[in-house]
Design a protein around this ligand. Structure first.
Ligand SMILES: Cc1ncc(COP(=O)(O)O)c(C=O)c1O
Length: 398
């Protein structure tokens, strides 16, 4: 294959793709066509929590493919991978999060969640946070808290308001008119920003007071990345609707939203087919999701993320790193400048270490490795980052 084919025949998302030509991937490594191993500190942007081609997931997929693949649209036939996954998931969630709607991507799960909130409350207003990222279809894009990236696509869906994440005085903007407040439990694109102590609890209380639904987007921090199966379990703020995806199926395309049976039932009538999808709940992907959830909950991988975080924090100390934000294996060293962050990502790429950026925080370097990464791999990667910083040209630093 010529590299030009990629630029010509495949639609591009930016003028400067990284352009690594992949041969195969296993564990913490992606291998290029020349046989070079690239240590993966990004994990497909938080999607490969169990690393690449985890044997338990691969086996579950192969077993399912041999039985059947797509047989019917979502919601008509009883297909055990989807049922078993949804039941196991419910056993790890608070009682009100009992019923799962399986879809194809994170953004579709957000669409489903906001539709469900509007349908359930009979209200239209949705409140999201500034610098929020919830996906790229029209509804999710409407929630995006970054005008520069959405103004070209207006008009978007109406009746969206934004509040400042972590600003308690903004909570009185949540009123009896509000159908739902949609927040990332930990803000991703904004720079891996944690909720302040008590903030999400106060959002929860305010939503309950005014009858608005709390929708938490755990597409990125979910499935163990922050030391609990879901990040909201660190804070006292059970959502009415939980939105998940990314790491859920170890690298297969997926999303889901979870609510009480009573709330979810609103999508089945008046109008019926309130949300429908051909491939949602696909048995192969559900089998991968089930194997992933079993692996995460039957091993101590999730607890280990906090030990691994400590090692990252111990090693990522340098005068050019202002701070390290995030939690567990969702970490963002914030460099002294955007130029330094760019150089670190690009130099690392040349030297076999995969790093990436965050959407809206230009000084951040993304570190979201597989949860299965070893202590030795963390040490090797961090050593490279520090070496790159040590050698930065003075022009970049000043
Ligand atoms: C917090 C959050 N929400 C939603 C999405 C959208 O998910 P998807 O790309 O699967 O549509 C993402 C993806 O990066 C995300 O990080």
């Amino acid at each position: 294959m010529s590299n030009n084919d990629f630029y010509t025949y495949q639609a591009q998302t930016s003028p400067h793709p990284l352009g690594l030509e992949v041969s195969h991937a296993k564990g913490s490594y992606i291998y290029d066509q020349d046989g070079n191993a690239h240590l993966d500190f990004v994990a497909g942007v938080s999607a490969c929590g169990l690393g690449h081609s985890h044997p338990r997931v691969v086996e579950a997929i192969k077993t399912q493919v041999d039985k059947y693949m797509h047989v019917m649209v979502y919601g008509e036939y009883i297909q055990s991978p989807a049922v078993d996954f949804s039941k196991l998931l419910a056993s790890h969630l608070p009682d009100n999060l009992e019923t799962t709607y399986l879809v194809n991507s994170g953004t579709e799960a957000i669409e489903g969640a906001i539709k469900l909130a509007r349908r359930h409350t009979g209200r239209s207003q949705i409140i999201a946070a500034k610098h929020a990222y919830h996906g790229n279809t029209m509804g999710s894009l409407s929630l995006l808290g970054f005008e520069e990236r959405k103004s070209a696509f207006r008009p978007l869906i109406p009746d969206i308001r934004h509040i400042e994440f972590n600003l308690e005085s903004d909570l009185d903007k949540i009123t009896e008119k509000t159908a739902a407040v949609v927040l990332e439990t930990i803000q991703g694109g904004a720079g891996f920003i944690l909720p302040k102590e008590g903030y999400l609890e106060k959002v929860r209380t305010r939503c309950t007071e005014v009858g608005a639904m709390l929708i938490l987007d755990e597409i990125q921090p979910g499935f163990g990345r922050t030391g609990k199966l879901f990040a909201f379990q660190h804070f006292n703020c059970p959502p009415d609707i939980l939105v998940i995806g990314k790491g859920m199926a170890s690298g297969m395309p997926v999303g889901a939203f979870v609510a009480s049976k009573e709330i979810m039932d609103d999508l089945q009538d008046h109008p019926k087919f309130g949300h429908i999808t051909t491939f949602g709940g696909n048995p192969v992907i559900a089998a991968a999701s089930l194997a992933t959830l079993k692996e995460l909950t039957e091993t101590n991988l999730i607890q280990q993320t906090l030990e691994k975080e400590k090692l990252f924090r111990k090693l990522l100390v340098h005068p050019l790193i202002e701070e390290v934000r995030g939690k567990g294996l969702m970490l963002a060293p914030i460099m002294k400048s955007k130029e330094i962050a760019d150089q670190v990502v690009m130099e690392a790429a040349k030297n076999g270490l995969i790093l990436f950026w965050l959407l809206f925080e230009s000084k951040a370097v993304r570190i979201s490795p597989p949860l299965t990464i070893s202590m030795e791999e963390i040490e090797a990667g961090c050593k490279q980052i520090i070496a790159i910083l040590d050698q930065l040209k003075p022009t970049t630093v000043n």
